[in-house]
Design a protein around this ligand. Sequence first.
Ligand SMILES: Cc1cc2nc3c(=O)[nH]c(=O)nc-3n(C[C@H](O)[C@H](O)[C@H](O)COP(=O)(O)OP(=O)(O)OC[C@H]3O[C@@H](n4cnc5c(N)ncnc54)[C@H](O)[C@@H]3O)c2cc1C
Length: 489
Amino acid sequence: MESRVKSNSQLRRADCFGKVDGQLQRSPSVIVIGGGMAGVAAARALHDASIQVVLLESRERLGGRIHTDYSFGFPVDLGASWLHGVCKENPLAPLIGRLGLPLYRTSEDNSVLYDHDLESYALFDMDGIQVPQELVKKVGKVFEMILEETDKVRQELSEDISILQALSIVFERKPEFRLEGLAHKVLQWYLCRMEGWFAADSDTISLKCWDQEELLPGGHGLMVRGYLPVIHTLAKGLDIRLGHRVSKIERRYNGVKVTVENGETFIADAAVVAVPLGVLKAKSIKFEPKLPDWKEAAIADLGVGIENKIILHFENVFWPNVEFLGVVAETSYGCSYFLNLHKAAGHPVLVYMPAGRLAKDIEKMSDEAAANFAFMQLKKILPDASSPIQYLVSRWGTDVNSLGSYSYDAVGKPHDLYERLRVPVDNLFFAGEATSALYPGSVHGAFSTAMMAAEDCRMRVLERYGELDLFQPVMGEEALSIPLLISRL
Ligand SMILES: Cc1cc2nc3c(=O)[nH]c(=O)nc-3n(C[C@H](O)[C@H](O)[C@H](O)COP(=O)(O)OP(=O)(O)OC[C@H]3O[C@@H](n4cnc5c(N)ncnc54)[C@H](O)[C@@H]3O)c2cc1C
């Protein structure tokens, strides 16, 4: 990475910029807090608009919930790995296109919940017998009809209820949708996939709001070479301070003062807060004066779920040549699925992806026990499976730098919480996946909020300097026509 990264030891206390102890310097300045997609993209945009920017990141690495690991000798993503919406409307498409990063499309449009491309996955019962594709297809259609019925329930009710409660109402009204035996288990697997999408269990997801996000067309493309190159490109040449955990943000009419855990302080005209919702919920950053009640309520009320990845690296490929291997069970908690990286990227790797309570429970285990748990799931469906030679385990729920995987609409809470999280407070601007009303829980959502925060912030600080006319808009248009590289159409 070529970004200008400084270590703690290179810095003096109060290595400030913008204004030091009330003394004005000439150029407008912004502190960006958090070095995930939102923070890095906001810092890039502000830097390109000739604003002095310093980015403070608590970890010793950039990327946040983008975490590409290279220890197997090839890239694997422990956090985000799909571009959701492989289309030119995706705000990340120009950058990914320009970098020539290949994508492998695992599924087509509208494939989040039920109509997966059946050619590309295989479901198995616990006894290792493959579920006939006809049955998977049939149950998929039933699941689709059930979801349509839950929509009717939603329209009848004034109060919000959970997806799980809505399902029980549908089953009472339409007993023909209650499935038995293997078909019931397949239905639970569809529910498990839905819960994975939200990183939460169906008894906590809002019936009113669950489908309010905008799904871009073009299906879902795996970043074959990992997501990190995108972060590194955006970070090039920025003033980034790794290992700088922010503990306090003070705002005054004429600027902000940000304090890092070791006592070091930074002062600027404004700040972009791009830390995860889980970190804001934990109140590990003190705001002075405190954030307004409406902002605190939004932080408290928006849901944050957990999804993890247990990445198993094998000597050889011994599994079927499909994109997903699924395990069906009596409950969605007991179901699971593996992404086959061999099909997408040519590596002998399976990625186990637990979500919700299951992910939380697995986080209580050691890495070894978690990897073993995932392998045991695999053994149930492929009894001759050989042991992995290496593994990686993510812990997004308990990692103090994330405290959750991504946001979702919790029961009884309005969808406008994302927007309330985004709205600036004086000279504090907010960015990150949880501030995206359109694309919550996604990398492109985090990126698009960064563009908004950077532009709002730029306007604000330049207003103070009376220099608005001198600067160009933050976003350039020229790269928009570059096509995405897709290896499976
Ligand atoms: C397992 C998993 C799978 C996912 N899969 C996909 C996918 O396939 N496609 C997709 O689009 N999205 C996916 N997501 C969601 C996506 O990763 C996130 O929405 C996105 O990366 C969030 O970016 P962000 O900048 O908002 O937050 P983050 O990436 O979390 O960045 C916030 C940064 O703030 C830093 N920070 C925290 N506290 C402090 C502090 N006190 N001081 C300074 N810095 C601090 C953190 O270290 C972090 O670097 C997935 C997420 C997970 C966990």
